[in-house]
Design a binder for this molecule. Structure first.
Ligand code: ATP
Ligand code: MG
Length: 260
């Protein structure tokens, strides 16, 4: 379907198209479409732009990834369909390998996700070779399979769009978890060390810019940024942001489109 550029919600419609097309190509799971719908609802509340607070969360996340010993970026179907090029670039800038990690693991999905990442310049992709796969026994479904060279031995894992159970399991294994989740109240958001409440489509390119500018910083300087951050407090501030924004809209900032 061609989406006209002047459509008021063109960007949002394009994202939906990418996901639907991704589903037909086996990249996106059916449940991925439902997850996207949940995310969209929260993005309306954010006004579909990055709030100042999310920039701070992104800075802390990048500082944590740059100061990690063994950072890994987990990729699922939605990420691969929505921003394959940017996730490959971010992995290069941060020197953090990509690992394909699927809730609904099927060989055809693994092949399709590998293809889109390779087409977008990925050189190494972890998580797909049987000989390196191992189990996180804390999780019962197929997503428990991780790569010994990747998530299994990582100290910091970036999991854009993660399920609550797995986030909890990764934390229990002693990993530091960074997530990008538009829902500040999901279990993933609450269980992560750093929660970026933003649409991943905006967060990933912003993190690329932040990483480029932070790359020259020393380890100690980066660690101070991380230590000074309190994730739970930041989530609280984000809830206040939603609250204030909705109050302002309710009190008169809302424009009636029928009267324009
Ligand atoms: P949890 O398992 O963490 O309690 P959940 O079951 O609602 O939450 P999952 O389906 O496991 O959520 O994960 C999807 C999450 O990703 C949702 O919280 C959704 O809001 C969020 N999400 C969907 N699309 C995007 C996007 N483009 N950017 C950021 N977050 C998104
Ligand atoms: Mg879930």
């Amino acid at each position: 379907m061609t989406i006209p550029d002047d459509h008021p919600r063109a960007e949002s419609l394009r994202m939906r198209e990418r996901l639907i097309e991704g589903m037909h190509k086996n990249i996106v799971a059916e449940a991925g479409l439902i997850a996207h719908g949940r995310g969209e609802a929260f993005d309306y509340l954010l006004g579909e732009k990055t709030p100042e607070l999310a920039f701070t969360q992104e800075q802390v996340a990048v500082a944590m990834l740059l100061s990690a010993k063994h950072p890994v970026i987990s990729v699922n179907g939605n990420v691969a369909a929505l921003c394959p090029h940017d996730i490959v670039k971010l992995s290069e800038i941060l020197d953090a390998p990509l690992e394909v990690n699927l809730f609904y693991r099927r060989p055809e999905r693994e092949i399709a996700i590998k293809k889109i990442l390779v087409d977008n310049g990925a050189k190494t992709i972890l998580g797909l070779e049987k000989e390196f796969q191992t189990d996180i026994s804390e999780i019962s479904h197929l997503r428990r399979i991780v790569d010994r060279r990747g998530i299994y031995s990582a100290d910091v894992v970036l999991v854009p769009l993660e399920d609550g159970d797995r986030t909890m399991a990764l934390r229990k294994l002693g990993k530091k978890v960074i997530t990008i989740d538009l829902n500040p109240l999901s279990r993933t958001s609450l269980w992560s060390n750093v929660t970026i409440v933003n649409n991943l489509i905006r967060a990933i390119p912003e993190m690329m810019d932040i990483a480029r500018s932070m790359k020259t910083m020393g380890k100690q300087e980066l660690e101070v940024i991380v230590t000074n951050f309190d994730n739970f407090q930041a989530i609280g501030k984000m809830l206040s942001f939603f609250n204030e924004r909705l109050s302002l809209l309710a009190e008169g900032d809302l424009i009636d489109p029928t009267k324009e």
